[in-house]
Write a protein that binds this ligand. Sequence first.
Ligand code: PGA
Length: 268
Amino acid sequence: MRRPMMAGNWKMVCDNTAAVELAGGIVADAGQTAGCDIVIAPPFTALSAVNEVTADSPVALAAQNMYWEDSGAFTGEIAADMLLSCGCEYVILGHSERRGRFGVIPDGFTEELRSVFGDNDATVNIKAKAAVAAGLKPIVCCGELLAEREQGMTDAIVSDQVRAFLAGCSDAEFNAITIAYEPVWAIGTGEVCDGDEANRVCGIIRGVVAEVAGQEVAEAMRILYGGSVKPDNVEGLMAQPEIDGGLVGGASLKADSFCTLIQVAARN
Ligand code: PGA
C-alpha cells in the first residue's frame, strides 16, 4: 500500500508574514489528519520562518528547487544542505514552470510557452541524485504541453521524461523519489485533467518505472497528479488507483481548501 501525499506548491506567493499565517492554519487543521503525508513548499525566503511553525507537526517542508553543487560561486542558487538547515525534507524538481522545452514548441506559440529558468530532464536527473545524496526526498515533475497532447504525443513525451530523469538512479534514489504527473495545460488554468485520463497516464509512468527500476520499486513509487486540483474535483482524482496524491498550487494557498484536499487524499 502506498501512503497518500498532498503537497502544496506555493510558488512565488507569500512574504514571511503571510507564509507563517498560512502554515499556522494548515498545522491547526492538519494535526487531526492521519493517513496522508502533508507537504508544503513555501518560497525559499520563508522556509526558516515556516519551519518554526511546522517543526513539531505532521506537516513537512519542501523547497521548490535546488542546485546540485554543495557550495561555491553560483549566484542566486541554493544547495541541498541549505535546505536541510531550514528544515526541508523534500524538494520539488523539474516543475514545468522551471523547464525550458523550446525544442517542441510549435511555431506561433513561443512566447506563451517560454520558460526562462531552463530546467530539463538532464539537470533534473543530476539534481535528484544530489538531493538524495544530501538526504532530501525529490518530488520530480513531468507532463506534456497542450500542443503535444493534441498531436497524440502525451504517452511518448511523459515516458521519455521519466526515463531520462530516472536514468542511472540507484535503489536508494528510486526509493526516495516521488513523481508528479502535471499536464502543463492543466496547471493554473482551472482545466483539470479528467480522472480516468490522469489515472491512465500515471499508469504509463508506473510502467516506465517498472521497466527501469523493476516491478517492486514501481509498486512502491508514489505518483501524484497536479494541475488545477481543487476541493470540487479532488474526489474523482484521488479515487483513482494509480494516483497517490496531489501536487497543488492555487488551492494550497488557503488553509481550509488545502485541508479539504488532505482529508480526501487521506481517505483514498
Ligand atoms: P495549480 O498548480 O494547482 O495552481 O494548477 C499546480 C502546480 O503547479 O503544481
